[in-house]
Design a protein. Structure first.
Length: 121
């Protein structure tokens, strides 16, 4: 594992960004359906690559966040902090899908780490 498996676009105007990328690349979107406005993005079906998600930016700033799949989220988050990273969101459940944490590396790059677990609550 330890590969980028998902991307997230945080947009100050998620509807406009979804419309733009949908028209530009033909990407398809599905609402996640959970408590937050999160749209799954299907970038392709028969080609190499990754899918992602669009969401309104929590602080109004646009950004792209790459999410890395890990085998042990607790250990990976702890190691990220020990290496000088800042844990921004500590191991949070995404019900029915898995667990995620968000970290900034020492230079300020924001990234996510994901552990798949359909029993997450």
């Amino acid at each position: 594992m330890n590969r980028i498996i998902h991307f997230e676009f945080n947009s100050p105007d998620a509807d406009a960004s979804q419309d733009y990328f949908g028209k530009l690349f033909g990407w398809e979107f599905n609402n996640w359906g959970g408590p937050m406005d999160y749209r799954l993005c299907i970038t392709g079906k028969d080609e190499p690559g990754i899918n992602g998600g669009f969401m309104p930016s929590q602080d109004g700033q646009p950004r792209t966040v790459n999410v890395v799949g890990v085998e042990d989220l607790g250990a990976a988050t702890k190691k990220a902090a020990e290496l000088g990273g800042e844990v921004v969101v500590d191991n949070m459940a995404v019900p029915g899908a898995g667990w995620v944490s968000y970290v900034k590396d020492p230079a300020g790059i924001l990234f996510g780490m994901w552990f798949e677990d359909e029993n997450a609550k």
